[in-house]
Design a protein around this ligand. Sequence first.
Ligand SMILES: [Cu+2]
Length: 177
Amino acid sequence: MTRTTPLLAAMTTAFFVLSACSSSAGVSPSTSTQPSASANMPMASEDHSESFAFGEPVEAADADRVIAIKMLDQLKFDPASIEVKVGETITFMVINTGTVEHDFTLGDEETQAGHEAAMAGGMAGMGHDEPNQLTLKPGTEGELTWHFPKAMSVLYGCHVIGHYDAGMVGSVVVAGS
Ligand SMILES: [Cu+2]
């Protein structure tokens, strides 16, 4: 013979009340028939704030892995192409093994063209504080950590006068999982 104590009975009752309440919680219909008002927000293309179409700079401590890239006086990067996965964060350890200054600018075609134009316009040396760029003297190295959130092709180019046109550019192929 089992006896249920008054306390246990009260707790059991409370449990059922709570269950009933939570299970009857709203089934609210959601509608998505409103037209989007923000379909084509224009982007500020000359804005140098930390907003990039090809990812974002992050702390080195957050990197998934490190990739070493050499700058060569033959006006090439070695390697000239790397692959990363969508969502990966990479620290680029860039080493200038040459005898002249080189630059490592990470970015899409538009960014590369913009930097090339800026350098040609006498802006050499003005980009040191940009988070997607390293300018390295001969024999020095630097690090840049970047998060790649979407599948696309990103380039790394050197914009010391004449180098980009000579082919000093590499590609980061960001591929889906
Ligand atoms: Cu160069």
